[in-house]
Design a protein around this ligand. Structure first.
Ligand SMILES: [Zn+2]
Length: 394
């Protein structure tokens, strides 16, 4: 089997888990945060820097790679790992999310999605089977089912239709992976995606069928897209209670440190999000005591590292004063150094959660993390204040 998952420890007090996922490109420790390499690169970072940050798995976007440079180019360059010189594991999304959020003039039918490229307007069509062979052509370690994401709020009829379509597409994708395997290809793992928005009954109905297919893992889709955080967490709790214990669980597109820790406590194993690195390139990073805006005037002569508790390359070598100077001067090094910190901070947060589960103290770890994260310095334009960071409840 191409992908195996083993559990090292279960927290006795919460539903947090510590596991490891064996892929054709090495072991992935869970809980895991996956940095996002949208177009085959995590913006500004080299593969060795990602490895030094502790990354053992990256996410790449099928939609972007399909349009440019094209799956045939990647295949001829011996797959995505060789192409981008990354020796760790890779998870690819199915392309569905980007087709629905970026592409133009899209038309969704039961057959698949017809769309125009956001780059050059060229016409494309992706059927659920195509999404699977494309990901196989990229030589991914973990492929995702093609699903239909809908915008919330949506009527119950719309949610029902998208669940039906998602289930039909999941089954067709699964059959396609089996067909590839019979041809000696398709060694990648394949995850099914549970949908149903924030309709608990629809998510349950979706998994009643999705769970009968022998997927290598299950993802929680369609959450954190505008609905309230507490409702999303409730859906996470319900989904995790249904998902089989022996398969990894992936919460897609979630990467705020507080959300990650709360979802780990409900039994989620894997996360990805562009937020930490996108924010970093704009000069905002998460640190142990909350959120830090690098350009703030208060740091002009601050000799401390971004995060005194972080041992990333940036925090070991550079001061807040220097990073502020780089951002004020528009030096690209500022983006790179902030990105190194952002990626390290999220991966190490997941690792610390993992250690807490193994040592039997996830609840205490979570409480200490939240206390510190919310009590730290919050920055305003005029300087450092000591006001606590508001609860991210929205
Ligand atoms: Zn750091």
């Amino acid at each position: 089997m191409a992908l195996t998952f083993t559990l090292d420890a279960l927290d006795s007090d919460t539903r947090a888990r510590a596991g490891r996922l064996w892929t054709p490109h090495g072991e992935v420790l869970t809980p895991a945060f996956m940095p996002v390499g949208t177009q085959g690169a995590v913006k500004t970072l080299a593969p060795d820097e990602l490895a030094a940050a502790g990354a053992d798995i990256l996410l790449a976007n099928t939609y972007h790679l399909l349009l440019r440079p094209g799956v045939e180019t990647v295949r001829q360059m011996e797959g995505l790992h060789r192409f981008m010189s990354w020796s760790g594991a890779i998870l690819t999304d199915s392309g569905g999310f980007q087709v629905l959020s970026l592409a133009e003039l899209r038309k969704v039918t039961d057959r698949g999605v017809e769309f125009r490229s956001h780059l050059d307007g060229s016409r494309h069509f992706i059927a659920p089977e195509d999404a699977i062979w494309i990901q196989d052509g990229l030589d991914t370690d973990i492929a995702m089912s093609f699903d239909e994401l809908i915008e919330l709020p949506a009527s119950i009829e719309t949610v029902r239709r998208s669940v039906d379509r998602t289930l039909d597409w999941a089954a067709r994708g699964w059959v396609e992976r089996e067909r590839l395997r019979q041809e000696g290809r398709g060694t990648m793992g394949l995850f099914g995606i549970n949908q149903g928005g924030v309709e608990a009954a629809e998510r349950a109905r979706c998994f009643d069928t999705l769970g009968t297919l022998a997927f290598d893992g299950f993802a929680l889709g369609g959450l954190w897209v505008g609905e309230s955080r507490s409702l999303s967490l409730e859906m996470v709790e319900r989904d995790c209670a249904r998902f089989p214990a022996d398969r990894p669980r992936y919460l897609m597109g979630v990467g705020h440190p507080v959300d990650v820790i709360d979802a780990v406590g409900l039994g989620v194993d894997m996360f990805d999000c562009v937020l930490p690195t996108r924010n970093a390139r704009r000069g905002t990073v998460f640190i142990a005591t909350g959120r830090l805006v690098v350009k703030n005037a208060a740091y002009a002569r601050d000799p401390r590292p971004l995060d005194p508790e972080c041992d990333c390359y940036t925090c070991r070598r550079f001061t807040r004063a220097y990073l502020r100077h780089l951002f004020m001067s528009g030096e690209l090094l500022g983006m790179r150094l902030a990105s190194i910190h952002a990626v390290t901070q999220m991966i190490q947060l997941a690792r610390r959660a993992r250690r807490a589960v193994i040592e039997g103290g996830f609840r205490a770890f979570r409480a200490a993390f939240l206390d510190k994260f919310r009590s730290g310095e919050t920055l305003t334009r005029s300087g450092v204040t000591t006001a606590p960071i508001p609860n991210p409840e929205n």
